[in-house]
Structure formats: C-alpha cells, structure tokens
Design a binder for this molecule. Sequence first.
Ligand SMILES: Cc1cc2nc3c(=O)[nH]c(=O)nc-3n(C[C@H](O)[C@H](O)[C@H](O)COP(=O)(O)OP(=O)(O)OC[C@H]3O[C@@H](n4cnc5c(N)ncnc54)[C@H](O)[C@@H]3O)c2cc1C
Length: 395
Amino acid sequence: MKRYEVIVIGGGAAGLMCAATAGQRGRSVAVLDHANKVGKKILMSGGGRCNFTNYDVEPENFLSANPHFCKSALSRYTPWDFIALVSRYNLAWHEKTLGQLFCDNKAKDILNILLAECEAGQVDIRTHCSIESVAKADDGDGFVLATTQGDIACQSLVIATGGLSIPTMGATGFGYDLAKQFGLRITPRHAALVPFTLKGEPLELAQSLAGVALPVRATCNGQAFSEALLFTHKGLSGPATLQISNYWQPGDTLKIDFMPGTDLGQQVRHWQQQGQKSELRTLLSQTLPKRFVSAWLERINLDNKALAQLSNADIDALAQAFNRWPCTPAGTEGYRTAEVTKGGVNTDDVSSKTFEAKHTPGLYLIGEVLDVTGWLGGYNFQWAWASGWCAGQYV
Ligand SMILES: Cc1cc2nc3c(=O)[nH]c(=O)nc-3n(C[C@H](O)[C@H](O)[C@H](O)COP(=O)(O)OP(=O)(O)OC[C@H]3O[C@@H](n4cnc5c(N)ncnc54)[C@H](O)[C@@H]3O)c2cc1C
C-alpha cells in the first residue's frame, strides 16, 4: 500500500498551501482531489483576476460561532506573508478598492505559484482521485483511505474540501461527512456572499431596473456595508448585497440607503426654501441613475408632483424610499451562485493553533470547510492561506 506522511484531501486554496508548507518541511505529502484539476475556484475567483488578499484583514472581517478562533492563524500568517510569497514570483498585482488586492494578469498566476511551491516541496498531486472510505489505521497510527487509485495510508490527514458553493466546480459535502464520522460537530450551513431573490412588487421593480447599479449603504442585523448594489432579473446583487447576505437570516428585512451621506428629507426642504425651479426628477438624476429615479418616484406616486407642492408626508415618503428602503428578500440564489458557505465544522472541536481535531489525533481541518466565513474582498482566500500555512507547520 502506498504511504505518505501527509494526505490532503482537496486541492483548493487551503489544501495546496498546506501541502506546499508541509512538503517544504520535508514531509512526504499527497494532495487528492476528485476533480480533473486542482484550484478551480482560484481560477474563477475575482472575475478571473483572483482577489487574493486584502491589506486590512482583521478578525472582525470574519463570521463564526466562535469569533476568536480565527485570530491566531490570521496573526501568524498575514496578508504581508502572502504578498511576500507572490512577490518572490514577481507577480504583478494592484489594489482595486477597499484594500482588495488583485492580479494584474490572470488568477492562473496565483495557482501557478501554489503549484510551484508544491513542486518545491515534492508534493504528489493526484487529480481524478475519489475517496471511497477513510478509516483509522489498525495500529492506531494514522489513517487508511480507500480511493479510486487504490488504498493509501498516511499519518496526518487534512480535510480541505471547501464549502458547498458552486457544485459544478467540484464542491461536495464530503468534508463535513468525514468530520462527522470522526465525531466533530457541524454548525448550520447557509449559502453566503450570495445574491438575493425577491417576489411580488419588489421583484417587478428589480426586473424593470435589471442592470442598473448604484452605490448604497445596506444594513441588516446591526451590520452595514457601503458598496455598489445591482438590480437583477431575480432580485438584488452586487458587492453590497453579497456582503450583507452574510448577516441575513430568512425573514429579515434589509434597510437600503440609496443616497448614503445625504438626508433626502433635509435636501428637499432646502431645495424648496431655495425656490428651486427644476423638477424633483431632474435634481435627483444629478446623482442617481435616471431609470432608478423614474421607477422610484412612480412607485411612491410622486413622479408628477412639483417640488414646491411636496407636503411633509410626501417628503417623509421620499426619505423612506430613497434613504431607508425596507426590503425583505424572498430568499437567496443558493449554493449555485454563492461565493462561500457560512457555517461548517464547529471550531470548538479544532485547535486554533495546529488545526488538529481535538479528539482525533492526526486529523486536521482547514479552509472553508470550517465554520469561518470572510467578507467579500480577499478575506476568504486569506483565511485559506493562513489556516493552510499554520496546519502545514504541524501535519
Ligand atoms: C465564483 C467565486 C469567486 C470567488 N472569488 C473570491 C475572491 O476573489 N477572493 C476570495 O478571497 N475568495 C473568493 N471566493 C471564495 C474562495 O474561492 C473560497 O473561500 C476558497 O477557495 C476556499 O478554499 P478551500 O481550499 O477551503 O476550498 P476550495 O478552494 O473550494 O477547494 C476545495 C477542493 O476540494 C476538492 N474536493 C471537494 N470535495 C472533494 C472530495 N469529495 N474528494 C476530493 N476532493 C474534493 C474540490 O475539487 C476543490 O479542489 C470565490 C468563490 C467563488 C465560488
């Protein structure tokens, strides 16, 4: 039977980082992935340019039932460590916005760096390799895996199978099932960083505005994000929507401010006092998309009223519509389009230092399979690099 010191199941961001780190420590390492190639999510990330990290990574940028769990790894492997790695390969990159770092060229450059690092650690990468079963070795030291490429044994087994999003890219629930098999608990899982679906009148409105994007401040459950929102044929998307989806529970109402920083009630009263002759629609269209202004004024029956004739009740309705739109999504688009899975393997069952399961020596869990979910903006890859690198020191 083929033996390795370390087997990593899942050749994604976290798995490749862990394998390269362990390999370069001199451990014999294999990565097993059932897909036809490794790193598929890296390739499709950041619109093909991979938002590989963020200048400002703080524990507050992550959600978990245990918000302290991520702190240790994030402080031991920082964005600057990853920047130093990619700089050794002369990767050209840029900051897009809000500290988000992207490749100048293609996401494939990041994958190539990870593969070169794996090669430097003499890691065996086996694709098209499905795992049929995993058992503890008879002598109690390590694990035996029955795979489509035969039985393989290892001392340390790393679960790096990621989350449930984009099943067509190879996502499966296998990592969660394996964790359960060894007695680890799983927190409830939800599609996250995901567009919202609407129904009824708000859906018709969104459909009539499909393709319109504008900067907003979206609030839900005490968390707010100021980024762009995009209306779609199904509902709402865009960075502000994806960000706030992490904090949304079914039935919750979002509050959306389409004019962040402007109190429209005050502004309208100011225009009235000035004796503004322009139409409300014209004034609003100076800062908001015309199609959006028309649809929104029509919706509150103020599309034909002169500015001077607006009553206090009209002004309140305007402020409510433009500054505090209450929107209750019907749901989300689900794992088909979600960027990540919120929830996962309960971090109380895993060491935040070594990433070893507390009650199963030799079993390690890293990356998105854990109940650690980052914001949009390079945080999820930073978690994958940090958890993979830290576990790579111990496996
Ligand atoms: C469209 C999209 C864009 C994204 N863009 C960004 C971005 O720009 N920045 C960012 O920070 N995050 C981004 N993310 C999130 C990021 O891709 C993930 O959080 C990250 O890849 C998680 O790393 P991971 O190694 O834990 O899992 P993954 O990268 O998902 O890797 C898991 C691996 O396990 C393999 N696997 C699964 N099941 C099995 C099994 N049963 N047997 C064997 N192998 C298995 C899979 O084939 C895969 O190779 C994006 C996600 C998506 C879907």
